[in-house]
Design a protein around this ligand. Structure first.
Ligand SMILES: Cc1ncc(COP(=O)(O)O)c(C=O)c1O
Length: 372
């Protein structure tokens, strides 16, 4: 078999993502008894109690049955909660699946997407996998650059991906800036606002994209149950848009990709999350305060905006620091892969864990200069 002949060049050129090993493996590799995962922006408080109860209630025999192919009840719940129509939603196996659906629905060979070079990498990866051109616009002061992005739009631009707030920098556009950008795009292409961290944002001027859908039929909003709702392991997220746009995306969608337990847990989370959101926000608020104070004392540059994470510039290789922190049972995200070499990203956790992180960081960055 001539595997090279069978494999298109754009697939051969992709560097596959290497997922981290399971915790038991990592613990024995790094010789730590406990491992705190501060690498994936998961919610350390877990899912809301109602979602946990929904998982517990799931009848094991129902595992034999296919799930609702269009997440019927969850879309009803979304429609009720957000005051929209169920046909405005498409539920996916994590919002990552929906990124892929959107690119495949709108882009053909020769088309392009526009996004940033220092943002959630899946937009770029999906474009690469589907042989779609990626136009990666540098951030301006760690923030999506509207002017530069507008300059990149041409007749073959089909989708613009804006991560708001941006993962990993935590910067975001307020409502007025999003509205102005949409006005200037003027319906020439689809604009995706990825609001994966929507529920964490406390700024009243932040843009709730759902409220703009009526005036902008080219707008699509992504949200996920992986972050605030603590359901990352069940893989469930959704997009919202105008019914005719969502209908087009459905053409590129694989039905039955969202399992029944995820649908039940997400519905429960959505309907009963108020206290959970308040509790999580309070933890994140306190955690950021603690972290900012600790980092200032260490004299380290950091970006700690909206979202459940902070980025820290470290005076050594991010990979080296990762390995050293792993030995202390703390797993952070190295940022070289996000094109931020020498930075790490840390998920905001509870006070005790963050205190442990700050102490560990302090002793690592204060080590002998020769080892940096
Ligand atoms: C900005 C952003 N969008 C989307 C996702 C993917 O979420 P999901 O777990 O729903 O695929 C993430 C996950 O880290 C993210 O940070």
């Amino acid at each position: 078999m001539d595997l090279e002949h069978l494999t298109p060049r754009h697939i051969r050129e992709i560097e596959p993502y290497v997922p981290s090993r399971p915790d038991d493996e990592l613990k024995s590799m790094y010789g730590c008894r406990l491992l705190h995962r501060l690498n994936n922006n998961e919610n350390p408080l877990g899912p809301p109690p109602a979602a946990q109860a929904a998982v517990n209630r799931f009848p094991p025999t129902s595992a034999a049955l296919y799930p609702s192919g269009d997440a019927f009840h969850l879309r009803q719940a979304l429609a009720e909660t957000l005051h929209m129509h169920p046909d405005q939603f498409l539920v996916g196996n994590g919002s990552c699946e929906l990124i892929s659906c959107v690119v495949r629905a709108f882009c053909a060979a020769g088309d392009n997407i526009v996004t940033s070079d220092q943002t959630f990498a899946v937009y770029e990866w999906v474009a690469q996998q589907t042989a779609v051109e990626r136009r990666l616009v540098p951030l301006n002061e760690y923030t999506f650059d509207d002017e530069a992005m507008l300059r990149q739009i041409d007749a073959r631009t089909k989708v613009i991906f804006l991560c708001n707030p941006n993962n990993p920098t935590g910067t975001y556009w307020q409502r007025a800036r999003v509205m102005q950008f949409l006005q200037r795009v003027a319906g020439r292409c689809i604009v995706v606002l990825d609001e994966a961290y929507f529920e964490y944002v406390e700024d009243p001027e932040y843009c709730d994209g759902m409220r703009l859908l009526d005036q902008h039929p080219n707008l699509i909003i992504f949200r996920t149950f992986s972050k605030m709702f603590g359901l990352a392991g069940l893989r469930i997220g959704y997009l919202a848009g105008a019914p005719n746009v969502v209908d087009v995306i459905r053409h590129a969608y694989i039905v039955y990709s969202v399992n029944s337990i995820a649908q039940a847990a997400a519905e429960a989370a959505l309907r009963h999350a108020r206290e959970h959101i308040e509790e999580t926000r309070a933890m994140v608020r306190e955690g950021k305060k603690l972290l900012r104070a600790g980092l200032a004392q260490l004299g380290l540059q950091y970006l700690c905006g909206e979202g459940s994470y902070c980025m820290i510039k470290v005076p050594m290789s991010d990979m080296l620091l990762y390995r050293r922190l792993m030995r202390r049972g703390l797993m952070v995200r190295t940022m070289t892969g996000f094109r931020f070499p020498g930075w790490i990203r840390v998920t905001i956790a509870g006070r005790a864990v963050l205190q442990q992180f700050i102490e560990a960081l302090a002793s690592e960055v204060a080590g002998p200069a020769g080892s940096r």
